[in-house]
Design a protein around this ligand. Structure first.
Ligand SMILES: O=C(O)COP(=O)(O)O
Ligand SMILES: [Mg+2]
Length: 228
């Protein structure tokens, strides 16, 4: 424990711990169909993920003809979430090596938490269905502290660090929301090349990037040695 550089590891969920686009994309297309729009390919939906369901839907609507009025948007958001929750773990899986890496970090003395812009209830359901929940001491969703305090605001990172007993923390994520939140919280950030990127991957601008969970422990050591 003493020689591992971080006490607390905070994880984003969609595109970081789990490959959930195969269940998010059909939920987006369900809502688009209700709105009379064409469906969009999963590859496009992947670029809309990261800011929560509402932003994902807004981007999908903008890409298929434009935003709708508030009441219709609220109803479409509800349809999207109903569909998503019903199919939450149909095709979603943890990324290769993820579960093993979580176990390894815990054996090294790290305390783990999830900081996601997904709604807290959906995040808890998903992690329970995938039998991953027990790894995490804390979980914050995009609505836990209020949407205005979701990532890239640092609030949920600060709260999770406190719940984990305070200490040296690092964020693992896949989008500008994660990098921004980590910067705003003043902690380093590892980005995942395999996740969902709302900007070209080269522009994510984290401190170090991993291609596979097998590289995570070494990446954390490298960050430490670089004095980041
Ligand atoms: O639901 C989303 O859009 C984002 O979720 P994430 O913060 O876990 O990537
Ligand atoms: Mg993400």
């Amino acid at each position: 424990m003493a020689d591992f550089p971080f006490d607390i590891v905070l994880f984003d969920l969609d595109g970081t711990l789990v490959d959930s686009a195969r269940d998010l994309a059909p939920a987006v297309n369900h809502a688009l169909t209700i709105a009379g729009r064409r469906a969009v390919p999963e590859s496009m939906t992947r670029t809309f993920i990261g800011g929560g369901a509402k932003l994902m839907l807004q981007r999908a609507l903008e890409a298929t003809g434009g935003m709708v009025e508030d009441a219709e948007f609220a109803s479409l958001t509800e349809s999207l979430l109903d569909h998503y929750v019903e199919h939450i773990a149909d095709n979603t899986v943890p990324y290769p090596g993820c579960v093993a890496a979580l176990g390894q970090l815990r054996r090294q003395g790290c305390t783990l938490a999830v900081c996601t812009n997904k709604a807290e209830d959906a995040a808890r359901r998903l992690l329970a269905r995938l039998e991953m929940a027990d790894h995490f001491t804390a979980l914050y969703g995009g609505d836990t502290l209020g949407r205005e305090r979701s990532k890239p605001q640092p609030d949920m990172l600060h709260a999770a660090i406190s719940d984990c007993g305070d200490g040296r923390a690092v964020m693992i994520g896949d989008s500008t929301f994660d990098v921004g939140a980590a910067r705003n919280a003043g902690i380093p950030v590892v980005t995942c090349r395999f996740g969902y990127h709302d900007v070209p991957v080269a522009e994510l601008d984290g401190d170090i990037m991993i291609d596979h969970y097998d590289e995570l422990a070494q990446a954390l050591q490298t960050l430490d040695q670089a004095g980041i």
